[in-house]
Design a protein around this ligand. Structure first.
Ligand code: KIV
Ligand code: ZN
Length: 527
């Protein structure tokens, strides 16, 4: 019975689980407020170990964030280095729609740098928890309040917007927290930020905390949640329910230690729960991919909303349901198209007949019931051996069962790849494409990139390598390399293939050629 009523709820998510005594819903539903998005990818995100963005990368990301529609971009910590100062100044000069913010400690030099960087807003912060105060600034509570107030007044005296953060707020004595936020409010601060600096809070605790602060303050409240216990998105959302007006997030959840609340998760969740933001969700995946590429921090395939598998289905039961109506095994309220993603039905040992038939028929194969049974059996056998099954594997199995002759769109005669410290990596391909001989050369940032570009030239159409994985199967410099690629063409058609070999470049080339050949054949068969 209980389970049944659960299913019939109209999906208010987390809200359903908050004991009613904690909830003051009057200003939560039904008006469904607009929540401002403060993006700190270029500041907290860049503080992630191993991430360091040159100014031109920061500019590219800032432009993308602006296209995405975030309200504020925290572009950096201007006093931290010359490069940081330059980055904030350059971004502030781009004329973006988003406000540009610079971070500063509550000290004059930091604030002066932030003001000189022409940021629209200065975000000042000071530690307030006992543990941080004792081990860092070593000031009395009165001194801390005075420093905060002086900093806010100093920023405001320059006619610049000011945000104030009590760092480590979630481990700070609540009375002191209320006192310092009230003091900066009286000093003219524009917005206060409540950081869960070490990600220690939980949705109920954070809800209570923000509710209490909301009752005590008139200025807008912003929250900044870290993900140390994997609760950053949940905590951010419960703060919104408690009355927070703005949320700090980073693209892909980048940030110190386990990172910050991820922009894509928070924005999608707010949408799903009926709140408004100014974010154009169709650019979420595009933004995530850009940040992934420029920071070098690869997203796991199961990352919500933007991960490669966020809308992929392998199990037969799920795929069967999804082929009928995607809402059977997806949240439904968010479709892949809405966030700039795509749905994939993937082959694997859990795959069912319907799904394999659908994939094969989409590729132009005509499969009778008996052949299909054999193909499914072979796929499962491969999967049981621990093999990740690519599209190429499935089609090879289908062809062996159906007895089809493999045609080739591209028949490669010779490939030469040049690389070295004094030459630009270059690939030359001599091949027959649809029976016509062609010799193509292309350069790239490395030998593999040059070969991929040459293949694209050879085809005369743009192809993207959306996934490229290289594993050394055996040890040593003569290790056997296993290359796994996903190729996407101009129409968004994708194809996965694999190749193995002792030469990384040749194995990569071979995998791409196989993928491209099948992708072209698949299209032709369908036509
Ligand atoms: O995590 C934190 O407390 C911060 C502050 C500077 C807001 O990043
Ligand atoms: Zn932080």
């Amino acid at each position: 019975m209980r389970l049944q009523s659960f299913y019939h709820l109209e999906g208010r998510g987390l809200l359903e689980f908050i004991p009613s005594k904690f909830l003051k819903l009057d200003n939560v539903y039904p008006s469904m407020r607009t929540i401002k998005i403060f993006d700190t990818t270029l500041r907290d995100g860049e503080q992630m170990p191993g991430v360091s963005l040159p100014v031109n990368y920061k500019i590219q990301i800032a432009k993308q964030l602006d296209k995405l529609g975030v309200d504020v971009i925290e572009a950096g910590f201007p006093s931290a280095s010359k490069g940081e100062f330059e980055a904030v100044k350059e971004i502030a000069g781009l004329g973006l729609n988003a406000k540009v913010c610079g971070l500063a400690r509550v000290v004059k030099d930091d604030i002066d740098s932030a003001i000189r960087s022409d940021a629209d807003m200065v975000h000042v912060f000071i530690p307030t928890s006992k543990i941080q105060v004792e081990h860092t600034i070593k000031k009395t509570p009165d001194e801390i309040v005075d420093m905060a107030v002086d900093a806010v007044e100093y920023v405001k005296s320059h006619g610049v917007e000011c945000m104030f953060s009590a760092m480590d707020a979630t481990r700070t004595d609540m009375d002191f927290l209320k006192r310092i936020y009230k003091a900066v409010e009286d000093a003219g601060v524009d917005i206060v930020n409540v950081p869960d600096t070490v990600g220690i809070s939980t949705p109920f605790k954070f809800y209570e905390m923000i509710r209490e602060l909301r009752e005590n303050l008139s200025v807008p409240i912003d929250v900044h949640c870290h993900n140390d216990f994997g609760l950053a998105t949940a905590n951010t959302y419960s703060a919104v329910l408690a009355g927070a007006n703005e949320v700090q997030v980073t693209v892909n959840g980048l940030g110190e230690r386990a990172g910050n609340a991820s922009l894509e998760e928070v924005v999608a969740l707010l949408y799903a729960e009926g709140f408004k933001t100014n974010v154009k969700m169709e650019y979420l995946v595009e933004t995530s991919r850009l940040v992934e590429r420029l920071t070098g921090v690869k997203m796991p395939p199961n990352k919500p909303i933007v991960g490669e598998n966020a809308f992929s289905h392998e199990s037969g039961i799920h795929a069967h349901g999804v082929l009928k109506d995607a809402r059977t095994f997806e949240p439904g309220i968010i479709t892949p198209e809405m966030v700039g993603h795509r749905r994939r039905i993937v082959v694997g040992k859990h795959a069912g007949r319907h799904q394999i038939r659908k994939i094969l028929e989409d590729a132009g194969y005509i499969v009778d019931d008996e052949s299909l049974s054999l193909i499914v059996q072979k796929v499962k056998e491969l999967g049981d051996k621990g093999k990740k099954i690519t599209d190429l594997d499935l089609f090879a199995i289908a062809e062996s069962v159906l007895g089809e002759i493999k045609e080739k769109v591209i028949d490669v005669e010779e490939v030469t790849v040049l690389t070295g410290n004094r030459i630009t990596p270059t690939a030359v391909i001599n091949a027959e494409i649809d029976g016509r001989k062609k010799v193509i050369s292309a350069i790239g940032v490395g030998p593999v990139d040059a070969t991929f570009k040459a293949v694209s030239e050879l085809l005369g159409r743009k192809i993207k390598i959306t996934e490229f994985r290289l594993d050394a199967i055996t040890g040593g410099s003569d290790a056997l390399a296993n290359v796994y690629v996903t190729v996407e063409d101009e129409d968004g058609e994708i194809f996965t293939a694999r190749s193995a070999g002792l030469d990384i470049v040749m194995a990569s080339f071979d995998a791409v050629i196989k993928a491209v050949n099948y992708l072209m054949l698949k299209k032709r068969k369908r036509r």
